[in-house]
Ligand binder design. Structure first.
Ligand SMILES: [Zn+2]
Length: 857
């Protein structure tokens, strides 16, 4: 049934009003406010639109569940009717509102009726934030009481935060920001909270309980976080760019991005071709033994060796890294130079999971995936089962050869060897010929060439494994890796098998919409082109200068906290200070992204076609490998702009080999940043991220690199031991956390770097904000939230990590990831903070204010 036209009024409150925010329905509104008086006050105030702009009035009304808002003389009116239908007399409408209850949102009193409210909130806000808000009414019925009390409110002037809006002062010294941006933030923050929870017991649940309750994970998602919400927005923006026509004078990089996108979207053709493009490549590789049966046995000897397969991978534009990682990387001890580097490969499943073998459900699902794919491509089922079992076991045994973690810790991953030395050490491989064939001829590789062998024990173990494995199995494995790497670019039935397997790890039930997937492909693989397109259309440079100011404050905070610490000797402290000062900063985008010619130079070797998706991917991989290998003799330019050109990524980075931090344009928005809102929200969100990245330069790994990024010990004797003791406190603290839904304890050892960064980062962000305050003066709080700016800092910071995720991915992340789950990023970090305990007045001994606290930086 069509809902009857409903009209309400709302004014900025001008007189003494006490609002009880327990919104029981059908209670006489007089209990809460005196609407007539306020209406009169509103009408007689002669302040246009009750202190609102047309835009902020409209925004508020939408925010509280009406379809529109408009200004009528002194009042801001909310309505669900088109403007033409709105009766002119406000009083007559009020007369029908006997059972109206009033809620206060963003400082506005908004009447609401019981019926019809829910449907109004099903609109764009709910969708765009991936929140399923049952009803706004239900939401607010869950709020803590009383939410606000605004005595003696007065208009005090224009807000410098947002030029057009009015500031309301609720009482002397307690000013409330009423700008449009503030109203929107207030709504977002409040809707994510669960104020029934004791903030001193579980601050994450307090700040994110509403988010958890109201967020639904769609079938094509594995989790919903502030990051995924923003990524969805960025994906939609990129989609618009990629779907525009290629103009005749389009710069090459942008044309490439659009062609790649269009080829990915051409699902009709992709379906028609099926396995055809892949099978063509497999034929050139000598075929996949499991598909060829006995035919493969007659293959030439040279095809049966893994090293020859790698050479063929190179020829065909395939990834080379399936047996061992072969790359050109910076010299760890002299970062201006590069070396050919050999290391452990990336396996299809995390090596620690893979090691557990076929009894591990994920590995077993992986084996089944291999079998089903081989069968779909034409293998007999029994043969597929048999041969894929051998191939899976080969990969499991490769995982057992991994010593990376041990290598990293003891620092023994710096092992330069000439090709001649390698030929003596590992004589089964003709190394010189091997490298001459995979590296560009122009490099003139000789046996004097130095190869950096990052984990020699892996090679020993791998060669032992190869020596006892049937060449057919090795080839089955190698070609399987080509197949599995290709599936993402193939037709639906192959993709379904991939999804079925992936869902055992992630819990994802359905493929993402095609446009989103294609957008990700372009953005990931043509990062500079997509990044330049993105910032030219969507980025506001004001964010850049604001973020830079925050970096300066937060770096200063790091330095000051460093000065104050009592556990470092003065020499090491001096070195740390120098390192912090030397960190180079990349915010938003590189200036070069304004020049078509400079970006075009990065893509000279690429050539894509709109009707060859798989071919484009091969072109992309081979171009990337040639460009990387071709750089071997070129000196590394510190902070090369193209390294920092992935602007459309919602993330932030610290690069230890450069000692640099990066905050791409795409993260400087949404929850993380808004130039128009109070700065305590920015310091809490992106500010914490900035502090986090700075602290990475001094975490369990970062502290091993010097100010220029060289792997060098700059720590004086006993200070290093104190550092180890302090980080052990963090390791033990996080190891004691147990994830409720999976029953797993966190791995404090593995996640220590991120936890150290979180703990240092929030401390610096908090202090950085105090510097800002000292320069600019006190800020206003948010209407509808009875918290001080400092308390809002903590709430907003905690909301960085509001997360709803499937148990599968949560479990996988706990077992294999380096980041603690969102809940513990908040609980662990805040429990260590004296400032947090003070701002929320948490008693000593409460869960969020334990007696024992850990601190490194
Ligand atoms: Zn990190």
């Amino acid at each position: 049934m069509r809902e009857s036209v409903r009209i309400s009024w709302s004014c900025v409150i001008l007189h003494a009003v006490i609002i009880n925010a327990v919104f029981a329905f059908n209670t006489a509104y007089a209990q809460y406010i005196q609407p007539d008086k306020n209406l009169e006050a509103c009408q007689s105030s002669r302040i246009p639109c009750g202190g609102h702009t047309q835009a902020s009035c409209s925004r508020y009304c939408v925010m509280v569940g009406y379809s529109s808002g408009f200004c009528d003389g002194s009042c801001c009116l909310c309505s669900n009717a088109p403007a033409a239908q709105i009766p002119t007399s406000i009083n007559s409408q009020l007369g029908t509102g006997g059972s109206t209850t009033y809620i206060n949102i963003g400082g506005l009193l908004v009447p609401m009726k019981q019926q019809g409210f829910a449907s109004i909130m099903g609109g764009s806000l709910a969708q765009s934030y991936n929140l399923t808000i049952p009803t706004l009414a239900t939401q607010y019925n869950h709020l803590k009481t009383p939410s606000i009390s605004i005595p003696q409110t007065q208009i005090i002037g224009r807000d410098d935060i947002d030029n057009n809006d009015i500031i309301v002062s609720s009482s002397p010294g307690k000013e409330v920001c009423m700008s449009e941006a503030c109203g929107s933030e207030a709504w977002n923050i409040k809707s994510q909270m669960d104020e029934k929870v004791d903030p001193c017991d579980d601050f994450h649940a307090f700040a994110c309980g509403g988010f958890a309750r109201n967020t639904r994970i769609e079938k094509d998602q594995t989790e919903v976080t502030q990051f995924t919400i923003l990524r969805d927005k960025v994906a939609s923006q990129l989609r618009v760019l990629f779907e525009e026509n290629i103009s005749p004078r389009e710069a090459k990089p942008f044309a490439l991005a659009k062609k790649m996108y269009k080829s990915c979207m051409n699902t009709g053709l992709i379906e028609r071709l099926g396995f055809q493009p892949l099978k063509k490549v497999l034929k050139e590789l000598g075929g996949w033994p499991v598909l060829l049966g006995n035919e493969w046995r007659s293959a030439p000897d040279s095809w049966q060796k893994w090293e020859n397969l790698v050479v063929w991978f190179k020829e065909l534009g395939l990834n080379l890294d399936y047996f061992m990682r072969i790359s050109v990387e910076q010299d760890l001890q002299n970062v201006e130079k590069r070396y050919i580097t050999i290391g452990e490969p990336a396996l299809n499943i995390n090596d620690e999971v893979m090691k557990r073998g076929l009894n591990e459900p994920v590995v077993n699902a992986y084996y089944k995936y291999m079998v089903e794919m081989a069968v779909q491509m034409g293998a007999g089922r029994e043969q597929a089962k048999r041969e894929m079992l051998d191939a899976a076991n080969f990969e499991i045994n490769m995982a057992k050869c991994f010593f990376r973690h041990a290598g990293t810790k003891s620092g023994n991953f710096y092992n330069p060897m000439t090709i001649k030395q390698m030929s003596i050490q590992y004589p089964s491989i003709p190394w010189l010929e091997f490298f001459q064939r995979i590296m560009p001829a122009s490099l003139g590789i000789t046996e004097k060439e130095i190869i950096m062998v990052s984990v020699p024990r892996y090679l020993d173990c791998f060669f032992e494994l190869v020596a006892k494995t049937d060449p057919r199995t090795i080839t089955n494995y190698g070609v399987w890796r080509v197949v599995s790497a290709s599936v993402s670019y193939l037709h639906k039935s192959a993709r379904s098998l991939q999804l079925e397997f992936m869902s055992t790890i992630t819990g994802q039930k359905q493929m993402q919409p095609r446009w989103k997937e294609c957008t990700t492909i372009v953005q990931t693989n043509l990062g500079n082109a997509a990044g330049a397109m993105y910032i030219r259309r969507y980025f506001n440079d004001k964010a850049k200068s604001d973020a830079l100011e925050m970096v300066q404050d937060i770096r200063r905070a790091f330095l000051e906290i460093l000065n104050e610490n009592d556990w470092m000797d003065s020499y090491t402290k001096g070195m740390a200070r120098e390192k912090a000062q030397e960190i180079s900063v990349h915010i938003g985008y590189p200036e070069e992204h304004k020049s078509d010619a400079k970006i075009a130079a990065l893509y000279a070797q690429f050539d894509f076609k709109e009707n060859e998706y798989y071919g484009n991917i091969l072109n992309l991989v081979s171009g990337a490998i040639s460009s990387s290998f071709g750089s071997l003799r070129q000196p590394v330019k510190r902070s090369e702009w193209s390294t920092h050109g992935k602007n459309a990524v919602v993330n932030a980075f610290y690069l230890p080999l450069e000692n640099s931090i990066q905050f791409p344009a795409a993260i400087l928005q949404g929850h993380f940043f808004n130039a128009s809102r109070p700065k305590y929200l920015n310091y809490a969100s992106i500010g914490w991220v900035i502090g986090h990245e700075i602290t990475h330069g001094f975490d369990d790994q970062g502290h091993q690199f010097d100010k220029l990024g060289n792997y060098k010990n700059w720590w004086a004797g006993s200070t290093k031991q104190t550092f180890d003791r302090k980080k052990q406190c963090i390791i033990d603290q996080y190891s004691s956390f147990k994830s409720h839904s999976t029953g797993l304890n966190l791995n404090g050892e593995k996640s220590q770097g991120e936890n150290i960064a979180d703990n240092g980062g929030i401390k610096q962000a908090y202090r950085g904000y105090e510097y800002w305050l000292a320069r600019n003066g006190r800020e206003k709080s948010l209407a509808g939230l009875n918290y001080s700016p400092k308390q809002l800092f903590w709430i907003s910071a905690a909301q960085n990590w509001c997360t709803v995720q499937r148990d599968e991915i949560l479990k996988h992340n706990i077992l294999t990831g380096v980041h603690s789950p969102g809940e513990f990023r908040v609980r662990g970090t805040f429990a260590n903070s004296e400032e947090f305990a003070r701002d929320f007045q948490c008693q000593r001994g409460k869960r969020m204010n334990p007696v024992k606290k850990c601190s490194v930086w």
